[in-house]
Design a protein around this ligand. Structure first.
Ligand code: DC
Length: 234
């Protein structure tokens, strides 16, 4: 474990389904930091919209969403028995629901809305106030924590990403085709990269990790080496 006298922030950004959360969780565990899945926050808002007719007939009612934003309360709790973080929306555990394809289909559209981003960014900064954290997302190193101690930008070949996510969803019992998964990943990347506010892009000082041909152990040791280098120089 790395010992620090101040809070440390590790930002992991990158393309959809390239394993950001796996590396982030592994790092947080090794370093005894808090892991924050910022994508789960945007997914929780999207789930709220689907449940409350803010999304209907494939359209998002922006005005209604903005009006109801203050009613959306998102928290995370660590389930010690499952050893995983669970996303809570207004008191309800929604960890499984937010991973469904219906949420994935709309989440990038919801994430484009300025008011949604403002609320999520405030929440993300709040978590980091009293904790050392590893946070993954799309704009963590560029917008949320431009002074993060370490910034990693992750990517992997699109077909490899789609196959990995497809297997993961199948194992969880979701009914979906490989083509649907690949289409969703490609579409989300396009929307996330081209949106006006906080688009997905590599921060100038981020280090790139392409994990197309790395296994979990290899990517973890790569990331731990970077953490040690950064902390040794600070
Ligand atoms: O990390 P994820 O795939 O669960 O994220 C879901 C979506 O949320 C992603 O397609 C874009 C959005 N997102 C974002 O706009 N900014 C973040 N920091 C994290 C996620």
């Amino acid at each position: 474990m790395v010992k620090n006298i101040r809070n440390v922030i590790i930002a992991i950004d990158g393309h959809s389904s390239c394993g950001k959360s796996t590396v982030a969780k592994q790092l947080a565990e090794k370093l005894d930091f808090i892991y924050v899945d910022s994508g789960a926050m945007y997914r929780a808002v999207t789930y709220y919209c689907l449940q409350n007719n803010i999304i209907s007939q494939n359209r998002i009612n922006h005005q209604l969403l903005i009006q109801e934003l203050e009613m959306i309360n998102i928290e995370f709790i660590k389930d010690q028995s499952l050893d995983k973080y669970l996303t809570i929306l207004n008191g309800e555990i929604i960890e499984e629901e937010i991973r469904k394809i219906k949420v994935s289909e709309f989440v990038s559209q919801v994430s484009k809305i300025r008011e949604v981003r403002e609320k999520m960014v405030n929440l993300q900064r709040e978590v980091a106030k009293n904790n050392s954290i590893v946070m993954d997302g799309r704009d963590i190193g560029t917008i949320v924590f431009p002074n993060a101690d370490l910034k990693i930008f992750m990517t992997a070949d699109t077909k490899i990403r789609a196959e990995r996510r497809y297997k993961e969803l199948l194992n969880k019992g979701h009914k979906i085709s490989l083509e649907e998964v690949e289409r969703n990943i490609t579409e989300r990347d396009e929307i996330d990269q081209s949106r006006e506010i906080s688009p997905l892009k590599k921060a100038d000082d981020a280090i790139v990790l392409d994990n197309s041909f790395l296994n979990h152990e290899e990517q973890l040791s790569w990331a731990l080496k970077k953490v040690s280098e950064i902390l040794a120089n600070n």
